[in-house]
Design a binder for this molecule. Structure first.
Ligand SMILES: Nc1nc2[nH]c(I)nc2c(=O)[nH]1
Length: 270
């Protein structure tokens, strides 16, 4: 795709994508953008009224996920506050091997569409043993083990308070019981070995996943405020003596969906 051409400026492609979104949705500016990872999909229906839904493949720079084949969508939602939300249902994972520009294109597009807040959600493995499957956790910081960056050239940007303290405090006014954790992004697509989970724990990680960190860096580069939330769908490898069955993981995730989607809707509505 056009993003694979080295001379292409990814920010130009993001601007073109934002123009196409404005044209196709009829919404000139979006104030907040959300990427809904596994378990968070229902939030889109709860945060407000969907004004338009467009197939992501109709917008420049978005890819059709080869393996799953399902075309992701981009949804424009009118929030009760009058603000506009752009829900990105077309996340590209780093492990798909299309390069980091594709991983962060949706974030850059959201910024070009006007969004000043980027909500990044995901399904992940938990290292804290008391986190049951189905627990939502605020991301307080990340450790990027992908050995990659979305930044190109001498773009030295500061990442302190990357996961906005203000937005985390706001989230806690909705649910004071929300815990926090440091998210570790592995390349994947394999899950971690028990030894790798212990390594992640030793270096200060609490959550293991395969997304989010690269997207958050790009969001900061675009000047957006970031809120990150993980749904702990399973205890990371080796943490639980009796590993959850896949069925239990799916069940826990499905049971949590309405709860965490309502939580996210309340936070977005603030
Ligand atoms: N890396 C990693 N990603 C995940 N995504 C989900 I859902 N569970 C996991 C996990 O245990 N490890």
């Amino acid at each position: 795709s056009i993003l694979d051409v080295p001379e292409t400026d990814p920010f130009d492609v993001a601007r073109q994508a934002a123009e196409q979104i404005a044209e196709k949705t009829g919404v000139e500016k979006h104030d907040i953008a959300l990427t809904l990872g596994s378990g968070w999909g229902k939030a889109a229906d709860l945060i407000g009224e969907t004004v338009a839904t467009i197939p992501a493949t109709e917008v420049i720079g978005f890819r059709k996920p080869a393996l799953t084949g399902h075309v992701g969508t981009l949804r424009s939602i009118a929030l009760p506050s009058g603000k506009r939300a752009l829900v990105i249902g077309a996340r590209t994972h780093f492990y798909e091997g299309h390069g980091v520009r594709h991983v962060v294109h949706s974030v850059r597009t959201a910024a070009a569409a006007g969004a000043s807040v980027m909500v990044l959600t995901n399904g992940a493995g938990g290292i804290k043993p008391h986190w049951q499957a189905g627990t939502p956790v605020l991301i307080s910081d990340h450790i990027n083990l992908t050995a990659s960056s979305p930044l190109e050239g001498a773009t030295f940007i500061d990442l302190t308070d990357l996961y906005s303290t203000r937005l985390r405090e706001l989230a806690k006014t909705v649910d004071p019981s929300l815990d926090e954790g440091v998210y570790v992004q592995f390349r994947g697509p394999h899950y971690e070995t028990p030894a790798e989970v212990q390594f992640a724990k030793t270096i200060g990680g609490h959550i293991v996943g395969m997304s989010t960190a690269l997207e958050a860096i790009a969001a900061r580069q675009a000047g957006m405020e970031v809120l990150g939330l993980s749904l702990i769908t399973n205890l990371a490898a080796g943490i639980s003596p009796t590993p959850l069955s896949h069925a239990e993981v799916l069940e826990a995730g499905q049971a949590a969906e309405p709860v965490i989607s309502a939580l996210l809707a309340k936070i977005v509505g603030l």
